[in-house]
Design a protein around this ligand. Sequence first.
Ligand code: SOE
Length: 384
Amino acid sequence: MTFQLRAGIIGTGFMGSVHAHAVRAAGGVVTAVAGSSKGSAEAAASVLGAQAAAESADALIARADVDVVHICTPNATHAGLARKAIAAGKSVVCEKPLATSVEDARELTELAEQAGVVTGVPFVYRFYPAVREARDRILRGDAGRLWLLHGSYLQDWLVGAEATNWRVDSQLGGASRAFGDIGVHWCDLMEFTTGHRITRLVAKTSRAYDERETGGQLSSVATEDGATILFETDKGATGSLVVSQVSPGRKNRLWFSFDGTEASFSFNQEQPDTLHIGTTGSSSDIAVGPQTLATPGGRRYSKLPPGHPQGYQDSFNSFVADVYAAVQGQPPEGLPTFRDGLRAALITDAVVTSAARQSWVDVPGSETHFESLTSSPALERQKQ
Ligand code: SOE
């Protein structure tokens, strides 16, 4: 880091704390935190290690000692806060989903690019060393032609009608809950790792509970507990995804298998220090470590020896470090920006539309640009 970056964090919950740790790991400093009130900001300042509690989010955005605004508030507030931060010339890290509508996500993407500010959306599962290793091997052709892309993302924190959260309320979280919250991670990871783009999908959303407790009263729920999706890609592959936040025993089980004509690559976020590579001859579970990984991408993010798993916070730290490198004029390849947040909004909109229509729905063009993927020789081979 050529000069220390100063972060302002809006939001005092779990994600605010994760962002604060990652800012410090990236060599930055948290100069201010803002919450729903000055009091909540003051209480959070010591927890998050912030130098000051801001009067409000607007006051934080206006501070001269804030270079990067981190937005860690409920989904429906993201667009308004990001718009103000961009207008103030700040770089912005906005929690996913970037916005609860495609229109807002597109506007924010365009505003940020016009303003020339650096943006980030924490699709942090891209930053697991095993994922980067799989990506580099797939893109150099080791899988052959990918034809089947499948997986799931299962959690259990919303088991029980008494379990609730602001995400359950579509006014605060948006029209899609389970897919909009975690299905977007899986789709981003699939597109990033394989270079494929979802061109059309059919989705079925469902609920384990049609009513949940809010304020001690049972009230009907409009957002989904889970989604089951089939999709097709621009390079001829077929895929399936199961998303659930009511799968007892599954804590944060993001899993994929990307199957090609030569090899398959699978990864389980709950066992992040192993990458499974399957072939008809032999299969291997690579123990992740700088010496055991074979590609630049894998090694770049692998900081600990095998048997010392790097996990969620480590990946978040790598993500923020890459955003901060970009703010300092050295944007690393593979950084998830507002354009990737827009891509996620487009896919989410297609899921919601398909579920309502009970039909296949096209996903608009590739709004995400992974420059380094456009010319990959392996990608060219996959098109044949
Ligand atoms: C809750 O589902 C949550 O915290 C998501 O909001 C995060 O994006 C995901 O990484 C872990 O689970």
